[in-house]
Design a binder for this molecule. Structure first.
Ligand SMILES: [Zn+2]
Length: 218
């Protein structure tokens, strides 16, 4: 009972608002209709054209622009954890179209290097996806490791990204992924080199197939 009072009080003090234009909305995490339609674009990523040869399929939910870009940057670089709820809300709106999230998948987040995770205090991918995975009653398995630090990718072209990430990942428990259908999750897909490298080590560890889902793509 008191929990309801507390949550009513919090709503009164901090009414749910669209994270972009700050208009009042009904529930925390929600976007207003115009800001949502500005970014929403559930689509398949063509893994053949993108040369993501370790992936069997990939989907993304939004354009990496406007509100989504702002929220991701704040979540990643300014410690604004609550924006994970708004990004997760976008996934919840798209979930009927997400064929990559079959009921038997093992969901694996793309990891940060431990040093970066320590600086940030959390992995934003986990913050965004893990509660959704629980809601959907999927299996979550944090089984990828970054075994060496890598340079930030922004200024690198595709070839440089490839060598930057070569052998950067490892699977901590191959027994957990062997024979499984994996769903790799990440916040953003740019060239796909990161996700493809992760898929490579998972396949080599015995995963049957690897799919990918990201919140946004350029
Ligand atoms: Zn809005």
């Amino acid at each position: 009972m008191w929990q309801e009072w507390v949550s009513a009080l919090v709503d009164w003090l901090y009414p749910p608002r669209c994270p972009v234009c700050k208009k009042e909305v009904h529930v925390h995490g929600q976007w207003c209709r115009p800001c949502f339609s500005e970014v929403s674009c559930v689509r398949e990523i063509n893994v053949v054209l993108g040369k993501l040869n370790y992936l069997k399929g990939a989907q993304t939910i939004c354009h990496y622009r406007e509100g989504v870009r702002k929220l991701m940057q704040r979540l990643k670089f300014q410690g604004r954890r609550r924006y994970a709820t708004h990004l997760r809300w976008l996934i919840q709106q798209a979930q009927d179209e997400l064929w990559v999230a079959a009921p038997d998948v093992l969901v694996v987040p793309v990891p940060l290097h431990p040093k970066r995770q320590q600086e940030r205090g959390y992995n934003q991918v986990e913050r965004i996806f893990q509660p959704w995975v629980e809601e959907k009653k999927l299996e979550w398995c944090d089984v990828l490791l970054r075994v060496r630090p890598t340079e930030p990718q922004w200024d690198l072209d595709k070839e440089q990204r490839r060598s930057n990430l070569k052998d950067a990942f490892a699977v901590s428990r191959p027994d957990l992924v062997a024979g499984r259908r994996i769903l790799l999750v990440d916040d953003i897909l740019t060239t796909g080199v990161t996700i493809n490298e992760c898929a490579k080590v998972l396949r080599r560890a015995g995963a049957e197939s690897v799919y990918a889902l990201t919140v946004a793509s350029r």
